[in-house]
Design a protein around this ligand. Structure first.
Ligand code: NAP
Length: 270
């Protein structure tokens, strides 16, 4: 199944930018959805249609999709890639930071899904692809919004890929391991040894884009990429489950400080 037109969210950097470049080089019609304008990028790719909107805005997404339906320009594939990662659970749980991550990573995808499931059935096949993460299986106690948004996203796409199997809506999820991008480089509070191992297993944004583009030519419901990261995440999951304090974060700063105070006042015995 050849993809001749594609909409990608979050193309100013990382995986989204690599997808934009790849599809533009292949001569596909690309709609790039970003929350801000990047004039140099727009100048470099005059053939790409750039749409400036925040994926958290359901009305803005619905208006964009409504316009595409009306002009009969609905693309063959939607790659819902935009995402953020914040430390939201450190000295205290920061609900506004958590909410921002959930609204971007989860609702920023769901906002596209509702209008697509409302389309009259029986049209040309459309791929709806969510970029999720293997971190969904391991979690990061410091970045709760990230891991729980990816867990929810994965669960939704798992359900839709079954419910819509064999129809014109092809729901696919990409479970990414570490990819060398700006997000990967952020300080996520993992212990140094874990960061080094993740670096060892990381892949390029370009290779990731190629793997996602390959998935979009199939009806497969999921892709784990790169495969070599799967045992790593499995080992981290086992370690997390069996070894107390495996993540430095399992005893977050808040917990440590509170336990210290409680111990000093004699309230905690273990
Ligand atoms: N890198 C990894 O190791 C890794 C691993 C697993 C999964 N992933 C997933 O892969 C996807 C791409 O991540 P990346 O590593 O390429 O990160 P990245 O380089 O930080 O790119 C994220 C993109 O999302 C855009 N974005 C953020 N919030 C947005 C919003 N509200 N509306 C529209 N666009 C928004 C950003 O735009 P601005 O430039 O305006 O911020 C940027 O273009 C994410 O969903 C991420 O969770 C990454």
């Amino acid at each position: 199944m050849k993809i001749e037109s594609v909409l990608v969210t979050g193309t100013t950097s990382g995986v989204g930018l690599a997808l934009l470049e790849l599809y533009a080089e292949r001569g596909a019609k690309v709609i790039a959805v970003n929350r801000r304008r990047v004039p140099e990028l727009e100048a470099r790719y005059p053939q790409v249609r750039f749409e400036c909107l925040d994926v958290r805005s359901a009305p803005a997404v619905a208006t964009l999709l409504g316009g595409l339906v009306e002009s009969e320009q609905l693309p063959d594939a939607f790659i819902l890639n935009a995402g953020i990662n914040h430390i939201d659970n450190d000295a205290f749980f920061d609900i506004s930071s958590y909410q921002l991550v959930m609204e971007t990573n989860l609702y920023g995808v769901l906002n596209f899904v509702q209008p697509l499931t409302e389309l009259a059935p029986g049209g040309a096949p459309r791929h709806v692809i969510a970029i999720s993460s293997m971190a969904r299986y391991v979690g990061n106690p410091y970045g709760l919004g990230y891991s729980t948004s990816k867990q929810a996203l994965t669960a939704c796409f798992e359900a839709w890929s079954r419910m819509y199997a064999g129809t014109d809506l092809i729901f696919q999820r990409v479970m990414l391991g570490p990819v060398s991008t700006a997000m990967f480089a952020m300080h996520d509070r993992f212990p140094g040894w874990m960061v080094r191992i993740k670096q060892l297993f990381s892949v390029s944004a370009r290779g990731t884009a190629r793997a996602v583009a390959r998935l979009a030519t199939t009806r497969k419901s999921r892709l784990f990429y790169p495969w070599r990261a799967v045992p790593l995440y499995l080992a981290m999951w086992l370690g997390r489950s069996l070894v107390p304090g495996f993540f430095r974060g399992q005893r977050t700063l808040a917990g440590r400080e509170r336990r210290g105070l409680a111990r000093a006042s004699g309230e905690v015995t273990r």
